[in-house]
Design a protein around this ligand. Structure first.
Ligand SMILES: [Zn+2]
Ligand SMILES: [Zn+2]
Length: 370
């Protein structure tokens, strides 16, 4: 007979439980992530707004004008350079033509033949054109110099203004950083205000409901929350603070485990069990499953841990005590004493009639079972 049912189930069920615990953990982590992200997306200070307050807008406007002026000049300069290249090319061609015509002229002089009318005319025209294009080039070059000068003037002004604006931007940046830090603190506080209570609930469940069948749920919830809290703290708090928080948490966890083991060594399990059993018997509740021990005058009553002291016991002639097993979990609770044959508590060390001792071990419930 099994008194303390501790069903393990087939491996496939256990595997499924583990798998779903994992999935549950991931989902909780996800959900918390959405929550944190939503808080994260609360709008912070706007730098351009702050800059407007600190930096003279006329100056920035003027800088913009200067920039577009410089761009225009750049365009004019490059188109001017292109034109000059073209003029240069054409004068080079003219030079070649003129060279050829002069060669022709030399030949005709050597042969004492007059250069033909048309060639002579060509030569003159080419020479004229060449001079013209040279002039053209000259004037283009002057214009280019002027453009470059203008550009330099604008650039000088721009550099001056930018220096002034940079000086004005300095306090704007500081103000922005101050506001940003404040905003970050606000976000961190908001996120932790949601996460920390959840973590507290999780910690409570994990520590206090260790025996519960729903423990995997609590554990998954706890792990996900802890992970999220750690990440949030890590994001907002400088590593300087973070390491203290981390160390504190680790210290607590290690101390908790240590205390657990020290207590296990200092107080053997049987002692704990006896205490637990004693308290249950005092309340007339099954020490294993907390179902009421309904025997004797309490046979037709019902109570719980909380209401046990409030119920009124009917004053009837005391019924004969008899052996009793919990109808809910089957644990033997009252049994015949092997020494004096009276009825004694099956889960407490001594018989209340003859003081005969019996050993309550960790598996006491099992050994007391028939
Ligand atoms: Zn029971
Ligand atoms: Zn006895």
């Amino acid at each position: 007979m099994k008194n303390h049912p501790n069903p393990k189930g087939p491996w496939i069920h256990r595997f499924t439980i583990r798998l779903f615990t994992l999935i549950f953990t991931v989902l909780v982590y996800w959900a918390l992530g959405f929550l944190v992200q939503d808080i994260q997306s609360i709008k912070g200070p706007d730098y351009s707004e702050i800059e407007k307050e600190y930096v003279d807008q006329d100056l920035t406007g003027r800088i913009k004008e200067l920039n577009s002026g410089i761009e225009d000049l750049d365009r004019s300069i490059s188109s001017k350079q292109e034109e000059m290249r073209l003029v240069d090319d054409s004068s080079e061609n003219l030079q070649k033509t003129i060279g050829q015509l002069i060669e022709l002229q030399k030949l005709s002089i050597e042969k004492s033949v007059a250069l033909s009318e048309s060639d002579q005319q060509n030569l003159n025209e080419s020479l004229n054109q060449f001079l013209e294009s040279q002039q053209n080039y000259q004037s283009h070059s002057e214009e280019l110099t002027q453009l470059a000068q203008q550009k330099r003037t604008l650039q000088d002004e721009k550099i001056q203004l930018e220096k002034t604006v940079a000086d004005q931007r300095e306090p704007a940046r500081k103000e922005f950083e101050r506001l940003k830090e404040k905003h970050d603190w606000k976000l961190a506080a908001l996120q932790l205000a949601i996460l920390i209570p959840l973590l507290a609930v999780a910690a409570f469940l994990v520590i206090r409901r260790r025996e519960s069948v729903y423990f995997p749920l609590y554990l998954g919830f706890g792990i996900a929350t802890l992970l999220k809290v750690t990440l949030v703290i890590h994001r907002y708090f400088p590593t300087r603070y973070f390491k203290y928080i981390l160390v504190a948490v680790l210290l607590l966890a290690v101390a908790r485990v240590l205390i657990h083991f020290i207590r296990m060594v200092a107080f053997p399990k049987a002692q704990w069990l006896t205490r637990q059993y004693r308290e249950a018997y005092e309340r007339f509740l099954c020490p294993v499953c907390e179902y009421p021990i309904r025997t004797g005058p309490r046979k037709f009553l019902f109570w719980t841990r909380r209401t046990v002291n409030k119920i009124v016991i009917p004053r009837e002639a005391g019924q004969e005590e008899e052996p009793y097993s919990c109808p809910s979990c089957g644990t033997v609770l009252l049994e015949e004493c092997p020494e004096c044959h009276n009825i004694r508590h099956a889960l407490l060390p001594h018989c209340s009639h003859c003081n005969a001792e019996k050993e309550i071990t960790g598996s006491g419930t099992e050994s007391s079972a028939g």
